[in-house]
Design a protein around this ligand. Structure first.
Ligand SMILES: C[S@@+](CC[C@H](N)C(=O)[O-])C[C@H]1O[C@@H](n2cnc3c(N)ncnc32)[C@H](O)[C@@H]1O
Length: 255
């Protein structure tokens, strides 16, 4: 398999280009959802949600709607992994209110720039964006009440490290709500090696059971697949892809 640096560079280049595109929107035939206007909670946002945040924050790159299932409470601290132009950060910010705080993490400079512009545009004072990788999250241990992420962890070559990091930054009893892409069947080796397909949320996807096993081994409890929708449009004879939204908790007794 391609080494981690090659994969990361390909992913970064893709999302740098998406963020820099004039009137950036869905990155073409291989972005994470086929139609950013859909309103099903497994694949998109309601018109009402979208009317409450800067229009430019939704680039149509997600595969779910984690804040709907996250059960966020006023005053909570939320970390969004792979925050893109900020769509889920702004939705979370409204739920946690002025006493709460949202921290978006992204490794791609142009995405961070867009997200910060959007925060300014929307007057969001309880949201900040930090440059960093989700394998080494720039957030102190035991800080977050909730971690969210939307169509990002499939892009990471070392998913076990990502979930260990999520576990580290959560408070005891803290939760995560993550939408991501998983695969069914076998993705051929040639496609797994194709960097366009990594960056397009295909080649890095794992079978659901393998994904959940990584979550379990990172120490999480109460793991629940809250939504699962198989995509028709990327089905081949060998494999298909599905969007899942998974919730879990860090044990209360763990520091
Ligand atoms: C498919 S987009 C999703 C963006 C956002 N969550 C949304 O739903 O619009 C993936 C985002 O994750 C970021 N990303 C991918 N891999 C990352 C990593 N290892 N560390 C930090 N950010 C990453 C990319 O820069 C990009 O902004």
């Amino acid at each position: 398999m391609a080494d981690n640096t090659t994969i990361k560079d390909a992913v970064k280049a893709r999302y740098q280009a998406v963020a820099q595109a004039q009137g950036a929107s869905c990155c073409g035939s291989e972005c994470c959802i086929p139609d950013a206007s859909v309103t099903d909670i497994s694949t998109g946002y309601s018109a009402r949600e979208l009317s409450q945040i800067p229009q430019e924050a939704n680039l149509g790159l997600g595969c779910g709607n984690p804040t709907v299932l996250a059960d966020l409470r006023a005053g909570e601290i939320v970390v969004d992994l792979g925050s893109g132009a900020g769509v889920d950060c702004f939705l979370a910010a409204q739920r946690v209110g002025e006493r709460g705080r949202v921290i978006g993490i992204d490794m791609t400079d142009a995405m961070l720039e867009r997200a910060r512009e959007n925060a300014h545009r929307g007057g969001f004072t309880n949201v900040e964006f930090r440059q960093g990788e989700i394998e080494d999250i720039p957030v102190d241990a035991g800080t977050a009440d909730m971690v969210i992420s939307n169509c990002v962890i499939n892009l990471a070559p070392d998913k076990a490290q990502v979930f260990r990091e999520i576990h580290r930054i959560l408070k005891p009893g803290g939760r995560f709500c993550i939408s991501d892409v998983v695969s069914k069947g076998t993705i051929p080796v040639a496609e797994r090696e194709d960097m366009e397909k990594w960056a397009g949320c295909i080649a890095g996807s794992l079978p659901k059971e393998e994904y959940l096993d990584i979550v379990r081994r990172a120490g999480f409890v109460e793991i629940d697949v809250r939504s699962e929708v198989e995509y028709d449009y990327r089905k081949t004879d060998q494999y298909s892809l599905a969007s899942v939204t998974v919730t879990a908790r860090k044990s209360k007794g763990l520091a």
